[in-house]
Design a protein around this ligand. Sequence first.
Ligand code: KG4
Ligand code: ZN
Length: 334
Amino acid sequence: MKVLGIETSCDETAASVVDDALHVHSSVIESSIDQHRAFGGVVPELAGRAHVATIGPVVRRALEEAGLDPHAPALDAIAVTSGPGLIGSLLVGLSAAKAYSLAWQIPFVGVNHLEGHLFAPLLEQPDLDWPVLTLLVSGGHSVLVLQSGPGEHEVLGETIDDAAGEAYDKVARWLGLGYPGGPEIDRLAREGTAGKLKLPMSMTGDDLDFSFSGLKTAVVRATEKNRDVALADVAASFQAAVAEQLMRKMRAALARYDVRGIALAGGVAANSRLREEIAALGHEFGVEVHVPTMAMCTDNAAMIAAAGLYRLRVSGPSSLALSARPNWPLVDVA
Ligand code: KG4
Ligand code: ZN
């Protein structure tokens, strides 16, 4: 069984062909990020227009790279992100999926973008041992999830304000760095010393929720007060504080739940400090660590195809009346 995945929830236009053994035959990603940089964030109108221009060529390339005839591909279904995300962007992918479904006479299924991210580690390690505790951190979301199997997930905690990636982007903007801020801060932090800027510990209670808005404000206050502190030291201190909070909550969850592995997912999973710390945490608790490659951490369509394969099996195809859901929390995914 072969599925075409389509992802257009934010600024990436992506298409991928994946089979039911979770073998990735192609994965094409185009991003409109260069159009958004000057604005310091994704401009929904520009993202939507870019998807309209790119979706056809991206799907065609994904089919060709998978060795399929782009006019009559030997596919069994289409999986498309139907939420959460930017409404105008989601609608481009969803409309394309419906059109291909009609033209090629194959079913399609709407996929939750966050559930897609949860399938990313599986694409690189299909035989991983369950249950797995997954930290899903991106520009729009920060959730701690207990996965008892593929597609079986329980949200243990989530951010009460900003997402981790959003905090990275806002702090980077304050520091005058480029967008997206995560990679910029990560790079700069390598030249700095963590702890040079004193930042408060947030969310020290025993719940498993996160908060990053206070940390962002603390960086602003501390740098206003202490104008001589080096930018690299600010970056290193902020990055360490984010990782410290995320790891503290994972440690608390590991003390409560018996799992075989821990995993990172989402764009912030590309963070070098977080990758180091999760490896150390896995070693400390004697559990396997699943950290996807950078390409699989950030938005892609292979993870959507993988989640779609699962959803088709357990929930069946979607109807042509399916609407995009810009706000679709993971807890509502049945
Ligand atoms: O998952 P993703 O590609 O898109 C969303 O669904 O949000 O995540 C993008 C986010 C951005 O906020 C970006 O700043 C952050 O991931 N990011 C990073 C790094 N690379 C990307 N954050 C910290 N360190 C990085 N190396
Ligand atoms: Zn994402």
